[in-house]
Design a protein around this ligand. Sequence first.
Ligand code: ZN
Length: 370
Amino acid sequence: MTLTQDFSLSDVLELPPTAAASSLSELQKLIDDERERCGKVISLPPDKFNDAQSDEVRVRFTGRKSPLQDWLKSLRNFPAEERKEAGAKINQLKAFLEVEVERFVTLCKQAAEQQRLNNERIDLTLPLPEVRLGSRHPVAVAAQQLLEPLRRLGFTVIDGPELEREFYNFEALNIPAEHPAREMQDTFFIASQWVLRTHTSSVQAHAMMERGVPLRVACAGFTYRNELDLTHVPTFRQIECLVVDKGITLAHLRSTLNAFFAEVFGRPVKLRLRSSYFPFTEPSAEIDVQCQQCFGSGCRSCKHTGWLEMGGCGLINTRVLESCGVDSKVYSGFAFGMGVDRIAMSKFGIADLRSLYEGDVLMSRQLALR
Ligand SMILES: [Zn+2]
């Protein structure tokens, strides 16, 4: 038996020599010794006893093989007149041992339990294991950063279905079945009449038909085209804004773009609207922002043009208004849209657009820290 402190429990727990008493005086000596032995043990600090050791104490003093049992048996050797008193003395000792030893064993168990709890105590000063928090995807971050200024400009942020009826993706936006504009987009046709939306402009049609006019909405969502190279991926995010009201002109579009890009870049930036063609707007323009690296003098990022192409815009084609049930003689509107991924690319300095979609956690985490 090993003890957790420098005394030998075996000495005190050792059974006394089997001296069968045959007289009261002999018995008294045995009882006194036993009391003393027990007293020695139960005066030890309870926290020095583990569970096995405290059990051993209990068995030694009150168990079936304790000396008390032998003494009770030896009563028959006593003179008849001493037998009763001897029995009473043994029982007295028995009662004493049972109470005192039980009390002591309980204290030992409590101390051992406390010891276990103490050992389990959490040290708040220890360094924590690394907790890996997730981070938002850079494109999702860029989308939110683009939507925020639009909210402040009074746009309601909406979304529409990504699996779209051909009607909303094409016909409603003045792109009839045989229109060459459908060739501009490598569409994923899913089933008859169903496509993965090739642009968020389909949300325009939904908004006008379902919400009615006047209208001021923005949408940032996934779009799908079958293309893949350095600057194109099959799944990309677009942000789209639409305003329909009475008397909307190019001036409203221009001033909204000025305010929007000033918020995006954190300072007023020079914009250029370059005449272009989109089926759903007339007139249409490409939106160029002055290169923020060289401020127009020409550098690698702007391919020495001094301008960066950001997206497209225009006044909503009256045919689109009409096919969405809006009276084009009363209402007019503008729309502009751009690829969020492109903006994330220039914002985070990413060279290959595809790297945004390779699930590279390290890159996402690094970008999220900015
Ligand atoms: Zn430049």
